[in-house]
Design a protein around this ligand. Structure first.
Ligand code: NAD
Ligand code: DAU
Length: 350
Protein backbone atom coordinates (compact mmCIF):
# COMPACT_ATOMS: atom_id res chain seq x y z
CA UNK A 1 0.00 0.00 0.00
CA UNK A 2 1.28 3.46 -0.95
CA UNK A 3 -1.09 5.74 0.91
CA UNK A 4 -1.93 9.42 1.35
CA UNK A 5 -3.29 10.08 4.85
CA UNK A 6 -4.87 13.51 5.19
CA UNK A 7 -5.19 14.90 8.71
CA UNK A 8 -2.36 12.60 9.77
CA UNK A 9 -1.04 15.05 12.38
CA UNK A 10 -4.34 14.92 14.27
CA UNK A 11 -5.48 12.47 16.92
CA UNK A 12 -6.82 9.53 14.88
CA UNK A 13 -4.54 10.28 11.93
CA UNK A 14 -1.34 10.01 13.99
CA UNK A 15 -2.47 6.72 15.54
CA UNK A 16 -3.46 5.42 12.09
CA UNK A 17 -0.09 6.34 10.55
CA UNK A 18 1.74 4.49 13.36
CA UNK A 19 -0.49 1.47 12.74
CA UNK A 20 0.15 1.49 8.96
CA UNK A 21 3.93 1.68 9.37
CA UNK A 22 3.91 -1.05 12.01
CA UNK A 23 1.92 -3.29 9.65
CA UNK A 24 4.03 -3.15 6.49
CA UNK A 25 2.79 -0.15 4.45
CA UNK A 26 5.26 0.57 1.64
CA UNK A 27 4.85 4.37 1.71
CA UNK A 28 2.86 6.68 4.00
CA UNK A 29 2.54 10.35 3.01
CA UNK A 30 0.75 12.65 5.45
CA UNK A 31 -0.90 15.83 4.19
CA UNK A 32 -1.96 18.10 7.04
CA UNK A 33 -2.68 21.83 7.26
CA UNK A 34 -1.53 21.91 10.90
CA UNK A 35 -4.59 23.75 12.18
CA UNK A 36 -4.95 24.22 15.95
CA UNK A 37 -5.73 20.45 16.13
CA UNK A 38 -2.75 19.26 14.10
CA UNK A 39 0.52 18.72 15.91
CA UNK A 40 3.82 17.46 14.51
CA UNK A 41 4.71 16.12 17.95
CA UNK A 42 2.06 13.44 17.36
CA UNK A 43 4.23 12.09 14.54
CA UNK A 44 7.55 11.98 16.44
CA UNK A 45 7.32 8.16 16.86
CA UNK A 46 7.34 7.69 13.05
CA UNK A 47 9.35 10.65 11.76
CA UNK A 48 12.61 8.71 11.28
CA UNK A 49 10.98 5.95 9.26
CA UNK A 50 12.21 6.26 5.62
CA UNK A 51 8.79 5.13 4.36
CA UNK A 52 7.16 8.19 5.97
CA UNK A 53 6.87 11.71 4.60
CA UNK A 54 5.08 14.75 6.02
CA UNK A 55 3.74 17.54 3.79
CA UNK A 56 2.19 20.69 5.24
CA UNK A 57 -0.76 21.74 3.11
CA UNK A 58 -4.51 21.76 2.75
CA UNK A 59 -6.91 19.27 1.21
CA UNK A 60 -8.51 22.34 -0.35
CA UNK A 61 -5.43 22.60 -2.62
CA UNK A 62 -6.42 20.20 -5.37
CA UNK A 63 -3.24 20.76 -7.40
CA UNK A 64 -1.06 19.93 -4.41
CA UNK A 65 -3.05 16.73 -3.76
CA UNK A 66 -2.89 15.70 -7.43
CA UNK A 67 0.87 16.31 -7.57
CA UNK A 68 1.44 14.32 -4.39
CA UNK A 69 -0.58 11.39 -5.69
CA UNK A 70 1.39 11.41 -8.94
CA UNK A 71 4.89 12.14 -7.62
CA UNK A 72 4.64 9.53 -4.89
CA UNK A 73 2.83 6.99 -7.13
CA UNK A 74 0.13 6.55 -4.51
CA UNK A 75 -2.62 3.93 -4.87
CA UNK A 76 -4.62 4.62 -1.69
CA UNK A 77 -6.20 7.65 0.00
CA UNK A 78 -7.56 7.89 3.55
CA UNK A 79 -9.28 11.24 4.09
CA UNK A 80 -9.24 12.05 7.79
CA UNK A 81 -8.61 15.79 7.52
CA UNK A 82 -11.53 17.67 9.03
CA UNK A 83 -12.75 20.22 11.48
CA UNK A 84 -13.84 17.73 14.12
CA UNK A 85 -15.20 19.46 17.24
CA UNK A 86 -18.98 19.82 17.57
CA UNK A 87 -18.84 22.81 19.95
CA UNK A 88 -16.59 24.73 17.54
CA UNK A 89 -19.03 23.97 14.71
CA UNK A 90 -21.81 25.59 16.74
CA UNK A 91 -19.76 28.76 17.27
CA UNK A 92 -18.38 28.91 13.70
CA UNK A 93 -19.97 26.55 11.16
CA UNK A 94 -18.37 28.00 8.03
CA UNK A 95 -14.94 26.43 8.45
CA UNK A 96 -16.67 23.05 8.77
CA UNK A 97 -18.39 23.38 5.40
CA UNK A 98 -15.19 24.63 3.81
CA UNK A 99 -12.89 21.88 5.10
CA UNK A 100 -15.26 18.95 5.47
CA UNK A 101 -17.43 19.45 2.37
CA UNK A 102 -15.35 21.44 -0.13
CA UNK A 103 -12.18 19.71 1.08
CA UNK A 104 -13.72 16.30 0.42
CA UNK A 105 -14.88 17.46 -3.02
CA UNK A 106 -11.30 18.47 -3.87
CA UNK A 107 -9.93 15.14 -2.59
CA UNK A 108 -12.41 13.24 -4.76
CA UNK A 109 -11.63 15.33 -7.83
CA UNK A 110 -7.88 14.98 -7.32
CA UNK A 111 -8.32 11.20 -6.99
CA UNK A 112 -10.40 11.07 -10.16
CA UNK A 113 -7.84 13.08 -12.12
CA UNK A 114 -5.04 10.87 -10.76
CA UNK A 115 -6.80 7.78 -12.10
CA UNK A 116 -7.43 9.40 -15.47
CA UNK A 117 -3.73 10.19 -15.73
CA UNK A 118 -2.71 6.74 -14.47
CA UNK A 119 -5.23 4.19 -15.79
CA UNK A 120 -2.89 1.35 -14.75
CA UNK A 121 -3.99 2.10 -11.14
CA UNK A 122 -7.67 1.48 -11.88
CA UNK A 123 -7.95 -1.97 -10.33
CA UNK A 124 -5.84 -1.04 -7.32
CA UNK A 125 -6.80 2.50 -6.28
CA UNK A 126 -8.94 2.87 -3.13
CA UNK A 127 -10.35 5.94 -1.39
CA UNK A 128 -11.54 5.75 2.23
CA UNK A 129 -13.63 8.55 3.74
CA UNK A 130 -13.36 8.54 7.54
CA UNK A 131 -16.77 9.62 8.74
CA UNK A 132 -18.71 9.57 11.98
CA UNK A 133 -21.76 8.02 13.63
CA UNK A 134 -23.05 11.57 14.24
CA UNK A 135 -24.45 11.62 10.69
CA UNK A 136 -27.23 9.29 11.95
CA UNK A 137 -28.54 11.77 14.54
CA UNK A 138 -29.65 10.79 18.02
CA UNK A 139 -31.04 7.54 19.50
CA UNK A 140 -33.69 7.12 22.19
CA UNK A 141 -32.73 4.83 25.11
CA UNK A 142 -34.40 1.72 23.62
CA UNK A 143 -33.78 2.37 19.92
CA UNK A 144 -31.71 -0.21 18.07
CA UNK A 145 -28.10 0.83 17.48
CA UNK A 146 -26.98 2.63 14.29
CA UNK A 147 -26.17 0.37 11.36
CA UNK A 148 -25.04 0.91 7.78
CA UNK A 149 -28.70 1.18 6.71
CA UNK A 150 -29.76 3.81 9.28
CA UNK A 151 -31.02 6.95 7.49
CA UNK A 152 -28.90 10.07 7.83
CA UNK A 153 -30.31 12.74 10.21
CA UNK A 154 -27.43 14.99 11.28
CA UNK A 155 -28.15 17.53 14.04
CA UNK A 156 -25.04 19.69 14.49
CA UNK A 157 -23.26 21.76 11.83
CA UNK A 158 -20.31 19.36 12.22
CA UNK A 159 -22.51 16.30 11.64
CA UNK A 160 -24.25 17.97 8.69
CA UNK A 161 -20.89 18.75 7.05
CA UNK A 162 -19.71 15.15 7.52
CA UNK A 163 -23.01 13.86 6.11
CA UNK A 164 -22.69 16.12 3.05
CA UNK A 165 -19.16 14.82 2.48
CA UNK A 166 -20.38 11.21 2.69
CA UNK A 167 -23.00 11.92 0.03
CA UNK A 168 -20.32 13.32 -2.28
CA UNK A 169 -18.22 10.19 -1.79
CA UNK A 170 -21.18 7.98 -2.61
CA UNK A 171 -21.92 9.99 -5.76
CA UNK A 172 -18.31 9.83 -6.95
CA UNK A 173 -18.52 6.04 -6.72
CA UNK A 174 -21.88 5.77 -8.46
CA UNK A 175 -21.20 8.40 -11.13
CA UNK A 176 -17.49 8.14 -11.85
CA UNK A 177 -16.80 4.59 -10.70
CA UNK A 178 -14.21 5.70 -8.12
CA UNK A 179 -13.45 2.87 -5.69
CA UNK A 180 -14.61 4.48 -2.46
CA UNK A 181 -15.51 3.26 1.00
CA UNK A 182 -16.91 5.11 4.00
CA UNK A 183 -16.45 4.27 7.67
CA UNK A 184 -18.89 5.68 10.24
CA UNK A 185 -17.20 5.44 13.60
CA UNK A 186 -18.25 6.15 17.18
CA UNK A 187 -16.37 8.27 19.76
CA UNK A 188 -12.65 7.58 19.89
CA UNK A 189 -10.38 8.06 22.89
CA UNK A 190 -6.70 7.42 23.60
CA UNK A 191 -3.23 9.01 23.25
CA UNK A 192 -2.80 12.31 21.37
CA UNK A 193 -6.43 13.45 21.59
CA UNK A 194 -6.66 17.24 21.75
CA UNK A 195 -7.96 18.38 25.16
CA UNK A 196 -11.08 20.08 23.80
CA UNK A 197 -12.81 16.65 23.66
CA UNK A 198 -14.45 15.27 26.80
CA UNK A 199 -11.92 12.66 27.98
CA UNK A 200 -8.63 14.59 27.60
CA UNK A 201 -10.33 17.83 28.72
CA UNK A 202 -11.46 16.19 31.96
CA UNK A 203 -8.03 14.65 32.63
CA UNK A 204 -6.31 17.99 31.99
CA UNK A 205 -8.79 20.02 34.07
CA UNK A 206 -8.68 17.50 36.93
CA UNK A 207 -4.88 17.71 37.16
CA UNK A 208 -5.03 21.52 36.92
CA UNK A 209 -7.51 21.74 39.82
CA UNK A 210 -10.22 23.12 37.53
CA UNK A 211 -13.95 22.21 37.27
CA UNK A 212 -14.87 19.13 35.22
CA UNK A 213 -17.69 20.49 33.02
CA UNK A 214 -20.63 18.16 32.43
CA UNK A 215 -23.12 19.44 29.87
CA UNK A 216 -26.77 19.25 31.02
CA UNK A 217 -27.57 16.23 33.19
CA UNK A 218 -24.59 14.14 32.02
CA UNK A 219 -26.87 11.25 31.02
CA UNK A 220 -25.98 11.47 27.31
CA UNK A 221 -24.56 8.21 26.02
CA UNK A 222 -21.58 7.66 23.70
CA UNK A 223 -20.13 4.37 22.40
CA UNK A 224 -16.40 4.61 23.18
CA UNK A 225 -13.75 3.04 20.94
CA UNK A 226 -10.03 2.94 21.76
CA UNK A 227 -8.23 4.78 18.95
CA UNK A 228 -5.81 1.93 18.16
CA UNK A 229 -8.79 -0.34 17.49
CA UNK A 230 -10.17 2.30 15.13
CA UNK A 231 -6.82 2.45 13.31
CA UNK A 232 -6.95 -1.33 12.84
CA UNK A 233 -10.53 -1.07 11.54
CA UNK A 234 -9.53 1.55 8.94
CA UNK A 235 -6.63 -0.61 7.72
CA UNK A 236 -8.97 -3.62 7.52
CA UNK A 237 -11.51 -1.68 5.44
CA UNK A 238 -8.78 -0.53 3.06
CA UNK A 239 -7.48 -4.08 2.69
CA UNK A 240 -10.73 -6.00 2.44
CA UNK A 241 -13.66 -3.56 2.14
CA UNK A 242 -15.94 -3.61 -0.89
CA UNK A 243 -16.14 -0.71 -3.34
CA UNK A 244 -19.08 1.62 -2.72
CA UNK A 245 -19.80 0.18 0.75
CA UNK A 246 -20.03 1.80 4.15
CA UNK A 247 -18.91 0.24 7.43
CA UNK A 248 -20.18 1.11 10.91
CA UNK A 249 -17.35 0.93 13.45
CA UNK A 250 -17.93 1.02 17.21
CA UNK A 251 -16.50 0.02 20.56
CA UNK A 252 -19.51 -1.82 21.97
CA UNK A 253 -18.96 0.33 25.07
CA UNK A 254 -21.95 2.55 25.73
CA UNK A 255 -21.41 4.81 28.75
CA UNK A 256 -23.09 7.96 30.06
CA UNK A 257 -20.85 11.01 30.19
CA UNK A 258 -21.21 11.09 33.96
CA UNK A 259 -19.99 7.47 34.16
CA UNK A 260 -16.99 8.26 31.96
CA UNK A 261 -16.01 11.29 34.04
CA UNK A 262 -16.49 9.33 37.29
CA UNK A 263 -14.24 6.54 35.98
CA UNK A 264 -11.51 9.05 35.06
CA UNK A 265 -11.74 10.58 38.56
CA UNK A 266 -11.38 7.13 40.16
CA UNK A 267 -8.32 6.31 38.04
CA UNK A 268 -6.71 9.64 38.87
CA UNK A 269 -7.51 9.11 42.58
CA UNK A 270 -5.59 5.82 42.27
CA UNK A 271 -2.63 6.91 40.14
CA UNK A 272 -2.17 10.61 41.03
CA UNK A 273 -4.16 11.23 44.26
CA UNK A 274 -5.04 14.77 45.33
CA UNK A 275 -3.69 16.01 48.64
CA UNK A 276 -7.18 15.54 50.10
CA UNK A 277 -10.51 14.29 48.78
CA UNK A 278 -11.46 12.93 45.36
CA UNK A 279 -11.32 14.44 41.88
CA UNK A 280 -15.07 13.77 41.80
CA UNK A 281 -15.45 16.90 43.95
CA UNK A 282 -14.40 18.94 40.89
CA UNK A 283 -17.39 17.77 38.79
CA UNK A 284 -19.53 20.78 37.74
CA UNK A 285 -22.80 20.70 35.80
CA UNK A 286 -22.82 23.43 33.14
CA UNK A 287 -25.18 24.72 30.43
CA UNK A 288 -26.02 22.03 27.88
CA UNK A 289 -24.74 22.00 24.29
CA UNK A 290 -27.48 23.29 21.89
CA UNK A 291 -29.03 20.42 19.90
CA UNK A 292 -27.08 17.93 22.05
CA UNK A 293 -27.54 14.37 20.74
CA UNK A 294 -28.73 12.12 23.55
CA UNK A 295 -27.34 8.76 22.56
CA UNK A 296 -25.02 7.21 19.94
CA UNK A 297 -24.42 3.48 19.65
CA UNK A 298 -23.03 1.39 16.82
CA UNK A 299 -23.96 -2.09 15.71
CA UNK A 300 -20.59 -3.19 14.34
CA UNK A 301 -21.70 -6.70 13.39
CA UNK A 302 -21.26 -6.20 9.65
CA UNK A 303 -17.56 -5.31 9.76
CA UNK A 304 -17.05 -8.23 12.17
CA UNK A 305 -18.89 -10.70 9.94
CA UNK A 306 -17.64 -9.56 6.53
CA UNK A 307 -14.15 -8.24 7.27
CA UNK A 308 -13.24 -9.97 10.54
CA UNK A 309 -12.65 -6.80 12.62
CA UNK A 310 -13.82 -6.37 16.23
CA UNK A 311 -12.59 -4.05 19.00
CA UNK A 312 -9.84 -5.71 21.02
CA UNK A 313 -9.87 -3.59 24.17
CA UNK A 314 -12.52 -3.17 26.84
CA UNK A 315 -13.37 0.36 27.97
CA UNK A 316 -11.83 -0.40 31.40
CA UNK A 317 -8.52 -1.35 29.80
CA UNK A 318 -8.53 1.49 27.24
CA UNK A 319 -9.43 4.26 29.67
CA UNK A 320 -6.72 3.22 32.15
CA UNK A 321 -4.10 3.21 29.35
CA UNK A 322 -5.35 6.63 28.27
CA UNK A 323 -5.19 8.16 31.75
CA UNK A 324 -1.68 6.73 32.25
CA UNK A 325 -0.58 8.11 28.85
CA UNK A 326 -1.72 11.62 29.79
CA UNK A 327 -0.02 11.32 33.20
CA UNK A 328 3.22 10.38 31.41
CA UNK A 329 2.96 13.12 28.75
CA UNK A 330 2.71 16.33 30.77
CA UNK A 331 4.96 18.08 28.21
CA UNK A 332 2.62 17.23 25.34
CA UNK A 333 -0.38 18.60 27.25
CA UNK A 334 1.54 21.72 28.27
CA UNK A 335 2.52 22.41 24.66
CA UNK A 336 -0.99 22.03 23.23
CA UNK A 337 -2.78 23.95 25.97
CA UNK A 338 -0.95 27.24 25.53
CA UNK A 339 -2.02 30.23 23.44
CA UNK A 340 -5.10 29.71 21.29
CA UNK A 341 -6.28 26.82 23.47
CA UNK A 342 -6.72 29.15 26.44
CA UNK A 343 -8.79 31.55 24.34
CA UNK A 344 -11.09 28.71 23.26
CA UNK A 345 -11.63 27.47 26.82
CA UNK A 346 -12.28 30.99 28.10
CA UNK A 347 -14.94 31.58 25.43
CA UNK A 348 -16.61 28.14 25.55
CA UNK A 349 -16.85 27.78 29.33
CA UNK A 350 -17.38 31.45 30.25
P1 NAD B 1 -8.54 16.11 14.88
O1 NAD B 1 -9.29 17.38 14.98
O2 NAD B 1 -7.73 15.63 16.04
O3 NAD B 1 -7.54 16.16 13.63
C1 NAD B 1 -7.92 16.71 12.40
C2 NAD B 1 -6.64 16.93 11.59
O4 NAD B 1 -7.01 17.45 10.31
C3 NAD B 1 -5.67 17.94 12.21
O5 NAD B 1 -4.35 17.43 12.18
C4 NAD B 1 -5.80 19.16 11.32
O6 NAD B 1 -4.61 19.94 11.25
C5 NAD B 1 -6.13 18.52 9.99
N1 NAD B 1 -6.80 19.44 9.06
C6 NAD B 1 -7.85 20.27 9.31
N2 NAD B 1 -8.17 20.95 8.19
C7 NAD B 1 -7.32 20.52 7.21
C8 NAD B 1 -7.18 20.82 5.83
N3 NAD B 1 -7.95 21.74 5.22
N4 NAD B 1 -6.23 20.18 5.13
C9 NAD B 1 -5.41 19.28 5.72
N5 NAD B 1 -5.51 18.96 7.03
C10 NAD B 1 -6.45 19.56 7.76
O7 NAD B 1 -9.62 15.03 14.45
P2 NAD B 1 -9.71 13.47 14.80
O8 NAD B 1 -10.47 13.30 16.05
O9 NAD B 1 -8.38 12.86 14.65
O10 NAD B 1 -10.67 13.00 13.61
C11 NAD B 1 -10.13 12.56 12.37
C12 NAD B 1 -11.28 12.22 11.44
O11 NAD B 1 -12.08 11.20 12.01
C13 NAD B 1 -12.23 13.39 11.16
O12 NAD B 1 -12.62 13.33 9.81
C14 NAD B 1 -13.41 13.12 12.07
O13 NAD B 1 -14.59 13.66 11.54
C15 NAD B 1 -13.44 11.61 12.09
N6 NAD B 1 -13.99 10.97 13.31
C16 NAD B 1 -13.53 11.33 14.55
C17 NAD B 1 -14.02 10.66 15.67
C18 NAD B 1 -13.54 11.00 17.07
O14 NAD B 1 -14.10 10.49 18.04
N7 NAD B 1 -12.51 11.81 17.24
C19 NAD B 1 -14.98 9.64 15.52
C20 NAD B 1 -15.43 9.33 14.24
C21 NAD B 1 -14.91 9.99 13.13
O1 DAU C 1 -19.36 10.16 17.68
C1 DAU C 1 -18.20 10.48 16.96
C2 DAU C 1 -17.82 11.92 17.25
O2 DAU C 1 -17.31 11.94 18.58
C3 DAU C 1 -16.79 12.47 16.28
O3 DAU C 1 -17.33 12.50 14.99
C4 DAU C 1 -16.35 13.89 16.68
O4 DAU C 1 -15.32 14.35 15.83
C5 DAU C 1 -15.86 13.84 18.11
O5 DAU C 1 -15.54 15.14 18.54
C6 DAU C 1 -16.90 13.20 19.04
O6 DAU C 1 -18.06 14.08 19.18
P1 DAU C 1 -18.78 14.31 20.59
O7 DAU C 1 -19.48 15.61 20.54
O8 DAU C 1 -19.54 13.12 21.02
O9 DAU C 1 -17.45 14.39 21.52
P2 DAU C 1 -17.05 15.38 22.73
O10 DAU C 1 -15.79 14.81 23.32
O11 DAU C 1 -17.06 16.80 22.34
O12 DAU C 1 -18.23 15.14 23.76
C7 DAU C 1 -18.53 13.86 24.26
C8 DAU C 1 -19.74 14.00 25.14
O13 DAU C 1 -19.38 14.75 26.30
C9 DAU C 1 -20.87 14.76 24.48
O14 DAU C 1 -22.11 14.21 24.93
C10 DAU C 1 -20.72 16.19 25.02
C11 DAU C 1 -20.16 15.96 26.41
N1 DAU C 1 -19.26 17.02 26.92
C12 DAU C 1 -18.23 17.44 26.12
C13 DAU C 1 -17.37 18.43 26.57
C14 DAU C 1 -16.25 18.92 25.69
C15 DAU C 1 -19.44 17.52 28.19
O15 DAU C 1 -20.36 17.09 28.93
N2 DAU C 1 -18.59 18.49 28.64
C16 DAU C 1 -17.57 18.98 27.86
O16 DAU C 1 -16.84 19.91 28.32
Amino acid sequence: MRILVTGGAGFIGANFVAHLLAHGAERVVVLDALTYAGNLQNLIPVQADPRFRFVKGSILDRTLVENLLADEKLDTVANLAAESHVDRSIRGPEAFVETNVTGTLRMLEASRAHLEAHPELRGRFRYLQVSTDEVFGSLKPDDPKFRETTPYAPNSPYAASKAAADHLVRAWHETYGLTTMISNCSNNYGPYQFPEKLIPLVIHNALSGKPLPIYGDGQQVRDWLFVEDHAAALATILERGKAGETYAVGGNSERTNLDVVGTICDLLDQHRPRNAGSYREQIAFVTDRPGHDRRYAIDASRIARELGWAPSRSFAEGIERTVLWYLDHGDWIRDVTSGAYRDWVAEQYA
